[in-house]
Design a protein around this ligand. Structure first.
Ligand code: FES
Ligand code: FES
Length: 915
């Protein structure tokens, strides 16, 4: 199948440039590119939307196509150079049997999660398989090394290309690894992301941003600029009819759509230009009439808390945005009586989400309402935030999420949406925008940099005795999810351990840095590094096995958490350690054997644990799911939980179908759309399987009860679909005669809100109904002369309560491990220096070792069928396990990430110099 008809013009025929032609997917097409236009842009203008753009700089590989049969990054090819060439995208390969097998393998292996990297991966893999039908793993890694994936951890991709393919289960009820129900579009390249959906006549929008971390903004003659040819509108704060302010937590909303008077971070928006796409594409932002006068900036909490530092926000003296506290027992007294105390200061930098899909979408005005189609994790929050900005009621705004090419927390915040909505209202035209990679990295939220001081005591028998933690977090220029991080960290800083005497404080401090926000773990990965490295200190000092030390102190049913919450069931960290235990013994013996010969490369093994409360902290957190049965018996699930690649569409539908008692294939899905799906809450905090899954279960129970009531059938009756709705109750089969006055003859909508309780002044209470638990073991090699670290294997045990879909569970764990490895070893966002995927490194396919997942099922009474959340848990233990393995291998005790070779070497030298 070809994505374009023959002879389509990429540019309007009235352009004066001579047309060129190329052969796209077997059809000759004419095109007339702008001077210097990239082939990636030309191909997309020609309709080849399976060619994705993640960086436009040759760094991500999402745009990979074949040019005369060779894989190339289309963004690195000038369109004119493609004159007369044969260009083949994924769409042009789909008819080939080898590609069909490969796409099927990707689908069955869950090798396409969000799917944004998938076309580039498949094209690269197809090129490899054409020249080498049976490649080795090393050859696969070599061939796919230029294509980045932020979701999968690559292992499922490697298996798919090698031909190691999972079986598709015959059954699709919960507990089976049925392939994701939205997976085919991803492997066929037909999934539509934020930059794929705008109408052809849409105007384009470019944001004008501050080049300085702090600057006075002085506009010139905007009216004269706006009168320029092809410019439809110039937007500034004066064009915001409602509040020029937004934020994910209403009480802390502090971020302007457009900065007024002063920009508070590099990359902050001050204006936007809307116009013809060609004009906007050619726009030189330096010609925009604005002068930025740099002002002294505070780029660290220490600078921001100096007496003479500028206060970023009125009412937040000393730039302190908020604090968190959990206190139980008497930490100081316990530390004083401890046999041994470990202490350390631990630091981590900004970490960039680096999803392969930059923020993108379009907006238009439809019947007087604003509709925004964009990549997001939180449609209802987007709607309500936009309503405030536009000065309208929420029902005057409609949010239709596109497919989301990765989010990991950052797409919980508004990005392109306010600009697009304002522009559509001002111009009356559809308006589109896709951030460049650099502006995505400059302007959107990051993981909070942390500076943690921690002391942990232990008795001589290895029992934790006193824990004191103080963390300062750089929350950047605006609040975003900073308050959530400040609240979560003290609750989680203990790790999943039994600690009677505990004090943990957190502080979120404003700086002139990008806003820090939500990123897989909300501050917990940073605190886990401090706690787990100090646990190794204690175990080593006491001469204890490091895993045994953790097992001795692990939480169990009936033991209170540091918040005083007692779970009588469902605490699975002990089972995770138990699952790791035989691997631990094997790995330690393997490291000993590997190190016998000596040499520069030393093998080490590390272990660490993590826990994470699923859902909001001590706050309402409801999800609502709706379902209906049409008069023809068709079953429709209105599923508003955004699937950002983790698999919510499949998992929630599996829970619904199993509870209703019908095959998954019988359920039609209506995806998120604020007009037609009820609020399932945001996709964050590992809440969708647990919270929306429960709402789906309740909805299915209600619908099933109604169906059985109409059929006068007993609770064990079987519902048949496909040819109307037939209920089989023993010997009796009854076809239901349904009529509908609206879309549905039968309908149900149910909500679920996890039972939590507020925390008191000491952080005591019941912040979460459910926690998930994990333990990771890492085996790695350290080159003692170079300081380089090579991961050998990760073994990851996760208590998920009930694995609704084990294949998707594996996928989440693999992806989390990869992100944890990046955090541990290479990722550091520095404003002004690492604002692209060339200077900011994320793991490639060559960086991720084999990952063995050990699924532990310690059911929780609150979860649907016992299920717990998983998304954040998968990352939390990885980085500390890596640091602990580096130390085991080399003696290097690292207290800062990333553990780059220079840091590792310095720590090795320090260890050797120590008495
Ligand atoms: S878009 Fe071409 S390599 Fe990233
Ligand atoms: S599946 Fe690869 S980036 Fe999302």
């Amino acid at each position: 199948m070809n994505v374009v008809p023959a002879k389509i013009a990429a540019r309007p025929p009235d352009r004066e440039e001579p047309a060129s032609s190329l052969v796209l997917n077997g059809e000759r097409v004419d095109y007339a590119p702008r001077e210097g236009e990239r082939l990636s842009d030309t191909l997309r203008a020609l309709g080849a939307l399976d060619v994705k753009v993640g960086c436009n700089a040759g760094d991500c590989g999402a745009c990979t196509v074949l040019v005369d049969g060779e894989p190339v990054c289309a963004c690195l090819v000038a369109s004119m150079q493609a004159e007369g060439r044969a260009v083949t995208s994924l769409a042009g390969l789909r008819a080939e049997p080898a590609m069909q097998r490969l796409a099927d393998a990707f689908h069955r292996n869950n090798a396409a999660q969000c799917g944004i990297c998938t076309p580039g991966m498949l094209v690269s893999a197809a090129a490899l398989l054409r020249r080498n039908a049976q490649p080795s793993e090393a050859e696969v890694k070599d061939a796919l090394g230029g294509v980045l994936c932020r979701c999968t951890g690559y292992r499922a991709i490697i298996d798919a290309v090698l031909g190691t393919v999972r079986d598709v289960p015959a059954d699709d009820t919960i507990g089976t690894g049925v392939p994701r129900i939205d997976g085919r579009a991803k492997v066929h390249g037909t999934e539509r992301f934020g930059d794929d959906v705008a109408p052809a006549d849409a105007l384009a929008l470019r944001v004008i941003r501050s080049p300085h971390p702090r600057a006075r903004i002085v506009f010139g003659d905007l009216a004269a600029f706006a009168a320029g040819t092809g410019i439809a509108a110039v937007l500034t704060a004066d064009d915001v009819p409602g509040a020029n302010r937004f934020g994910v937590i209403p009480a802390f909303a502090d971020q302007p759509v457009f900065a007024v008077g002063e920009a508070r971070y590099r990359g902050e928006a001050v204006a936007a230009v809307v116009g013809d796409p060609d004009v906007i594409a050619a726009l030189d932002a330096s010609t925009f009439p604005v002068r930025f006068e740099p002002l002294p900036a505070a780029t660290s909490p220490a600078e921001a808390e100096a007496a003479d530092a500028a206060v970023l926000h009125a009412g937040r003296a000393g730039n302190l945005m908020c604090e968190g506290l959990v206190r139980k027992g008497d930490a100081e007294a316990a530390l004083a009586r401890a046999a041994i105390v470990a202490e350390g200061r631990f630091r981590s930098p900004f970490v960039e989400h680096a999803y392969i899909e930059p923020e993108a979408g379009y907006a238009e005005v439809v019947a007087g309402r604003v509709e925004v189609h964009a990549s997001t994790q939180a449609p209802v929050m987007d709607r309500d935030g936009l309503a405030g900005i536009l000065g309208v009621e929420p029902d005057a705004v409609r949010i239709v999420p596109t497919a989301c090419g990765g989010g990991f927390g950052s797409k919980l915040d508004l990005s392109v949406q306010p600009f697009l909505a304002l522009a559509a209202l001002k111009t009356g035209r559809p308006v589109r925008c896709a951030y460049s990679r650099t502006e995505s990295m400059q302007s959107t939220t990051k993981r909070h940099p942390s500076d943690i001081h921690c002391r942990i005591g232990a008795t001589a028998d290895g029992t934790i005795c006193g824990f004191d933690f103080a963390g300062t977090f750089d929350t950047g220029a605006y609040a975003s999810w900073g308050p959530t991080v400040a609240n979560r960290v003290p609750v989680h800083a203990s790790g999943p351990y039994r600690i009677a005497d505990y004090r943990a404080t957190s502080r979120a401090v404003h700086t002139h840095n990008p806003p820090s926000g939500a990123f897989r773990g909300f501050g917990v990965p940073q605190s886990a590094i401090a706690q787990e490295v100090l646990f190794d200190d204690l175990a080593l000092a006491l001469g204890m096995d490091r895993l045994a030390f953790r097992q001795r102190n692990a939480l169990a049913n009936g033991t209170p958490t540091v918040c005083g919450q007692v779970f009588t069931q469902g605490v699975g960290i002990g089972a995770c350690f138990e699952a790791i235990s035989p691997h631990w013994a094997r790995a330690l013996a393997g490291a000993d054997a590997a190190n016998v010969a000596g040499g520069a490369v030393r093998r080490g093994v590390g272990v660490a644990a993590g826990w994470y409360g699923c859902g909001n902290t001590s706050m309402p957190n409801p999800s609502t799911i709706r379902a209906g049965v049409r008069a023809d018996g068709g079953i429709v699930l209105h599923q508003g939980a955004v699937d950002i690649g983790q698999g919510a569409n499949t998992v929630i539908a599996q829970i619904f179908a199993t509870t209703l008692g019908v095959p998954l294939s019988a359920v039609e899905i209506v995806g998120p759309d604020t007009d037609v799906t009820p609020d399932a809450g945001k996709t964050s905090a590992s809440r969708q399987t647990f919270v929306s899954g429960n709402a789906a279960r309740l909805t299915a129970e209600a619908l099933r009860a109604e169906i059985l009531r109409l059929a006068n059938a007993g609770p064990d009756a079987v519902i048949h679909t496909g040819d109307g709705l037939v209920v089989e109750d023993g010997e009796r089969r009854q076809r239901l005669e349904l009529t509908a006055s609206g879309p549905y003859a039968l309908e149900a909508a149910e909500s679920y809100d996890p039972p939590t309780a507020p925390l008191d002044a000491n952080g005591q209470g019941a912040p979460y109904a459910v926690y998930g638990y994990a333990a990771h073991m890492v085996e790695l090699d350290v080159d003692m002369e170079l300081g380089t670290v090579t991961l050998v294997k990760v073994t990851a045990a996760h208590d998920v309560g009930r694995a609704i879909n084990p294949v998707l569970v594996d996928g989440q764990i693999h992806g989390g491990v990869a992100q944890g490895a990046g955090m541990a070893l290479m990722e550091e966002y520095i404003p002004g220096r690492t604002e692209n995927l060339h200077d900011y490194l994320i793991p490639t396919i060559g960086d991720i070792p084999p990952i063995e997942t050990l699924i532990v099922e310690e059911p929780d009474a609150h979860g649907p069928y016992g299920a717990k959340g998983l998304g954040e848990h998968a990352l939390i233990p990885t980085a500390p396990a890596i640091l602990n393995a580096i130390r085991h291998a080399s003696g290097a005790r690292l207290t800062a990430v990333p553990a780059t070779p220079d840091r590792v070497l310095a720590a090795i030298r320090a260890a050797k110099a120590a008495p």
